[in-house]
Write a protein that binds this ligand. Structure first.
Ligand code: ADP
Ligand code: MG
Length: 895
């Protein structure tokens, strides 16, 4: 293949010709052929570890080393059965570890697939949104502010297009892009007629033809890897590591004690060795890592079903500890289905009828339908909001209407259409200063017959401040301070009714005026404003109520008018002492602001910088803050918050990439559902961790107790491994599926620094564990001098049976079994039956008998064990009943 030409030195026509492309786009068939030939537009990723590598890695652990040595020694002293059994367990352990790691890897891969980038292309002459991986050379791609450029493009059309190329060139200032040809030697950073994959559009819009995709792009050449989802250590996994270390120390201590006792009792070296191995195995909760990982993997899926797409693993856990949610208003608390209901111009105030986005409705003046054409001020206003606009409306073919573009703009197009206006006969747009939430306005300049005219729309008070005149009855009147005040009051009237208010202005541009936003958006002629209805989401009120009962602070942060925001907050039952604006915020010191935020929950007319400051101040009291965002400007705040939540529907690519979680349906209620799920998951992990540890305590007490009493070894290493990995593993996993406590959303948020093993949890683990151990010891001590194998089988089976009672205790620390319901976690019942069935196999099937050193038991034996286990359950129930006398659920061990 010949090297590609220097695209930047060609004209757009030449580029199109070279690529055999057309402004109307490729045909579907051409695109398919090219996809075949050039491959998908993706960056190749570092190869994942192979399955075998993952498997091998499982053997690199101290535990495994101890076990292998134990197997070798057993073999050497003539116990090949024991040796084989230990090795089988070693392999089993590796298989389990392997399965969980591979599963977690798969989960991350699946998440990556869900996070595909989309691109808008023209194919077969029509605009289409496709998966960015399907973009091929020759495709015409449309670019819009906030989007990530999907491939390397040669620009064919641009209106004030500006791109952030920092990821590629390190240059942080936005770069202007426009079609044209450049000299052949032009360097990458100066190629102003091209845009590159991996950069983002920060202003304006444009179209380009794809010249390179995937690894052929400039970004692909340098990067080769774009990690969307990263497998970071979660606070929980860090806690688990600490736990592991502590357990290691405990193991050493107990082993030392055992050696001292053994020496004093003058036991044989070999026996001491076996005791040592048994203890090591007993101390370590072998099944715990697998159960944690599996539970988290299942959790991420459940969160997805609740429309919370977790991008970084720690987020699912942090979500459960959230204490403040800072949320957008528009689209998150409201439906984002907008309709212009009133328009006020100096000549007339009209009501607008109609439903949805259908361009059918009338303008009512004092209750009578009028023709907007007869009112030049109204007509000019509608024309301005239509021209300064990118949305379009279309019939969806089945009787409904839909919009392309943002709902705010769509609503204005619909209103203009009701007056019979459309953009079809509009003059050419020559310049644009895009909307962003800091500017709160936008401008598009049109080339009209008698010169260029700027059409501006935005927050009305912003436009008013930049206007010097107002259009009354077709002529421009100076905007006096009095008039300005009157208009402000009228705007406030709309806003207090919960309406979103949008103003419009225009300005014929004097020749020679510099074409910068600052120069153009001055000296405007104010046209009027529209009141847009955006009803609150019905489910948001309920979600806010839940947050309040769950001790979660909700703060509405919006770019909208304070009065509008306050009215919506009231509607939703979010009590707030007034509303603060961005300007108010700036006048307050950090301490004052912290104080105000205790009572004022509505922040309006804020910018991205304000959001950052709010996070700073709230995080002073160790709050776990969730912050939503959609725009390019929101990226820093999304990164800074404990959990950055990007909007799935209206969010820009930049916002999504900076977030920890994507809110698929933009709905506030889904965040709250995610928090509830996060709380449930954390509680369950705490439950089974404590459960598994109590089992280890039981094993240690039995072994060490036996040692002190001078008995033979109670449990051999394989039996302990069997319990820790298999029977306890099953029930622990089922404990991970425990439904949320009925009052999870009536408890205060968890302190993120709180350890899983609180003091109370520690006591319970030790107490119940000791009981298990003593019971086991009791069973063994009555039998060992008659038949050692049968005594061990009784101890082994007994411990499992006692554990099956014990797991019921750990379903809740607060509620006795009859309150949570015996049948409310069916998975656990199956796990209990499964464990029992396995144990029956182990006791009666010869192969198992050989490996696990068991002997058959009688029905009476089973009956005795079942009876002996009852006190375990009883102890738990009594403890809970005594504790609940205390009353306050917050001091109880689960939280
Ligand atoms: P929010 O989404 O929280 O309502 P934004 O930051 O998106 O706030 O918008 C802030 C203000 O900017 C709005 O209240 C409105 O007055 C104005 N605005 C919003 N969208 C547009 C737009 N497309 N063009 C012009 N002005 C807009
Ligand atoms: Mg917005």
């Amino acid at each position: 293949m010949p090297p590609p030409p220097d695209w930047w030195s060609l004209t757009s026509e030449e580029v199109l010709q070279e690529l055999r492309a057309r402004p109307a786009g490729l045909t579907a068939k051409e695109a398919e052929e090219r996809l075949e030939r050039y491959g998908e537009n993706v960056l190749r990723e570092e190869a994942r570890e192979t399955r075998f590598q993952v498997f091998l890695r499982q053997f690199k652990s101290i535990l495994i080393a101890i076990l292998v040595i134990a197997a070798v020694v057993s073999f050497l002293v003539g116990e090949p059965q024991d040796a084989a059994a230990i090795l089988i367990i070693v392999v089993l352990n590796a298989l389990l570890g392997y399965t969980q790691e591979w599963q977690a890897g798969e989960a991350i891969e699946a998440l990556k697939k869900m996070l595909v980038q989309r691109a808008v292309v023209i194919r077969d002459g029509e605009q289409q949104e496709i998966d960015a991986a399907g973009v091929v050379p020759g495709d015409i791609v449309l670019l819009e502010m906030g989007e990530r450029v999907p491939a390397d493009l040669a620009i064919v059309e641009a209106t004030s297009l500006q791109v952030d190329e920092a990821p590629l060139t390190g240059e942080s200032a936005p770069v202007d892009k426009a079609p044209g040809r450049l000299p052949p030697g032009t360097g990458l950073a100066e190629r102003s007629n091209m845009t590159f994959a991996g950069t983002t559009v920060v202003n304006g819009r444009g179209q380009g033809v794809v010249v390179a995709t995937g690894m052929e792009t400039e970004f692909g050449k340098i990067a080769g890897l774009s990690q969307l989802v990263t497998a970071e250590a979660t606070p929980l996994s860090r806690q688990m590591d600490v736990l592991g270390r502590d357990i290691g120390f405990i193991a050493l201590g107990i082993a030392a004690l055992a050696v001292v006792v053994g020496l004093l009792q003058q036991r044989g070296l070999l026996e001491m060795f076996l005791v040592g191995v048994s203890l090591a195995v007993a101390v370590i909760p072998e099944g715990l890592p697998a159960v944690v990982t599996l539970t988290l993997a299942i959790g991420i899926k459940t969160m997805m079903q609740k429309n919370c797409l977790i991008r970084r693993l720690p987020a699912s856990e942090t979500l459960g500890a959230v204490s403040v949610i800072c949320t957008d208003k528009t689209g998150t608390l409201t439906r984002n289905e907008m309709a212009v209901v009133r328009v006020k111009t100096p000549g007339a105030e009209v009501a607008v009828t109609g439903t949805g986005y259908a361009p059918e409705g009338v303008f009512l003046l004092d209750g009578r339908a009028i023709d907007p054409g007869d009112y030049p001020g109204l007509r000019q206003f509608l024309r301005a909001v239509l021209l300064c606009n990118h949305a379009t409306i279309a019939h969806d073919g089945v009787g409904g209407w839909r919009i392309f573009g943002t709902p705010t703009e769509g609503a204005l197009v619909v209103a203009a259409a009701k007056a019979g206006l459309s953009r079809d006969d509009a003059p050419a747009a020559v310049d644009e200063f895009s909307f962003d939430s800091t500017r709160k306005r936008m401008t598009i300049i049109y080339r009209e017959d008698d010169g260029d005219v700027a059409y501006v729309k935005g927050a009305p008070e912003v436009l008013l401040a930049r206007s010097s005149g107002v259009l009354v009855d077709g002529s421009v009147v100076a905007l006096t301070d009095d008039l300005r005040e009157t208009i402000r009051e009228e705007i406030a009237g709309y806003a207090s009714g919960g309406l979103r208010v949008l103003g419009a202005a225009y300005r014929p541009l004097p020749a020679g005026l510099p074409r910068t936003a600052d120069a153009v958006e001055e000296d405007l002629i104010f046209l009027g404003f529209a009141g847009i209805l955006d009803p609150p989401r019905p489910e948001a009120a309920e979600a806010i109520r839940l947050c309040r009962s769950a001790g979660i602070d909700v703060i509405m942060i919006t770019g909208d008018n304070p009065l509008t925001a306050y009215a919506i907050a009231e509607d939703l039952g979010l009590p707030s002492e007034g509303a603060l604006t961005g300007t108010d915020l700036e006048a307050l010191t950090d301490d004052e602001l912290e104080e105000r935020l205790r009572v004022t929950k509505v922040l309006s007319r804020v910018t991205a910088a304000h959001k950052l400051r709010v996070i700073d101040i709230l995080s002073r009291k160790r709050a776990v803050i969730a912050m939503t965002g959609d725009g390019v400007n929101d990226a820093p705040a999304l990164k800074k918050a404990s959990i950055g939540i990007a909007m799935g529907i209206k969010g820009t690519d930049v916002a999504k990439e900076s977030s920890d979680m994507v809110l698929v349906d933009d709905n506030f209620a889904s965040i709250v559902a995610g928090v509830e799920e996060g709380r449930r998951e954390y509680d369950n992990i705490a439950r089974f961790t404590r459960y598994l540890l109590s089992s280890n305590v039981g094993e240690i007490v039995a072994i060490v107790g036996g040692l002190l009493l001078g008995l033979p070894l109670i449990l051999i290493p394989v039996q302990i491994l069997w319990i820790n990995l298999i029977t306890d593993g099953l029930t622990a996993l089922a404990l991970g599926l425990e439904p949320a406590e009925k009052d999870v959303m009536q408890q205060r948020p968890r302190d993120p620094g709180e350890p899983i093993l609180t003091r109370a949890a520690f006591t319970i683990i030790l107490a119940l564990g000791a009981l298990l151990g003593l019971l086991t010891l009791y069973v063994f001590s009555g039998l060992y001098h008659i038949d050692l194998d049968r005594a061990r089988t009784m101890a082994f089976t007994g411990l499992i049976v006692f554990e099956l009672y014990n797991v019921l205790n750990f379903r809740s620390f607060r509620f006795p079994l009859h309150r949570i319901g015996f049948f409310s976690n069916p998975a656990l019942l199956y796990a209990i039956l499964g464990s029992l069935a396995l144990q029956v196999l182990v006791v009666y099937v010869p192969v198992f008998q050989d490996f696990l050193g068991t002997a058959p038991l009688t029905l009476a034996d089973w009956g005795l064990l079942a009876l002996l286990g009852l006190p375990v359950l009883l102890a738990g129930e009594v403890y809970k009943i005594l504790r609940s006398r205390g009353g306050n659920p917050r001091v109880l061990p689960t939280r």
